[in-house]
Design a protein around this ligand. Structure first.
Ligand SMILES: [Fe+2]
Ligand SMILES: [Fe+2]
Length: 238
């Protein structure tokens, strides 16, 4: 994979930040890139991380669940990279953690526990330094929604936040319909309201809260519209 960087050596913004962030936060569009871009502490570690991208991509092809496909991992990777830069975190740890965070779905449940074991094994095989490997394993192990209270480091909080941002927007509603596809529409909307409303205040970092605010507002508006239509409240205007 070619690492495309800006003139000052930074990772190109277009690729790290989803388009809506560029528009919303007024970030400059610098270079058009086509693949994930990585921060690295050294050339050796850099190639390790790039290896991890292809390992994770290949392994996740067996996951048939749309919600946890590699497409989700790519979004988390980019969101987490953005959060890490804004929050001045260790970007390499965050990127590796984000890449490996859902590998557990390829093995079995509980996926955060199986994923932590897989991540540890892969990083050991790649010769990733033990101290940093343990930090990545903790990121994977604690990214589960219910383990927010176990988060200790900024990097753990960032990957946790990035993973939850992915379910806070309209995507969250689509996800709810995907996961509860055979349930009546009204139950899915009720469940989406309950779940999304509960997650929003749990975000850890200020940057994540800022990003999620817009998504959350739009999602609640859409859910309210959906609820109106499902209950035929809108007939009252005639
Ligand atoms: Fe997960
Ligand atoms: Fe995830």
């Amino acid at each position: 994979m070619n690492s495309q960087r800006t003139r000052n050596g930074r990772v190109c913004r277009q690729e790290r930040y989803p388009r809506y962030l560029i528009v919303e936060l007024g970030l400059p569009q610098v270079i058009k890139c086509s693949s994930l871009k990585f921060y690295s502490r050294s050339e050796i570690v850099g190639s390790t991380v790039e290896n991890l991208e292809s390992i994770a991509r290949k392994r996740m092809t067996v996951v048939e669940d749309t919600v946890h496909s590699f497409e989700h991992v790519e979004r988390i990777f980019k969101t987490a990279t953005f959060l890490a830069e804004e929050e001045k975190a260790d970007i390499e740890l965050v990127q590796i953690g984000a890449l490996l965070h859902d590998l557990g779905w390829t093995v079995g449940t509980p996926h955060h526990e199986t994923g932590a074991k897989v991540a540890d094994k892969i990083l050991k095989e790649l010769g990733y330094p033990e101290e940093r490997r343990n930090k990545v394993v903790r990121i994977v192990l604690h990214h589960h929604l219910d383990l927010r209270d176990k988060l200790e480091t900024l990097e753990e909080r960032i990957v946790w936040d990035a993973d939850k941002i992915d379910i806070l927007g309209i995507l969250g509603i689509v996800r709810a319909f995907h996961l509860l596809g055979s349930s009546p529409f009204t139950s899915v909307v009720k469940e989406a309201f309950k779940k999304l409303t509960a997650i929003y205040p749990l975000l850890n970092t200020q940057t994540a809260k800022t990003i999620a605010e817009k998504r959350h507002r739009e999602t609640m508006d859409l859910l309210n519209k959906l609820r109106e239509e499902l209950s035929l409240e809108d007939l009252q205007i005639y």
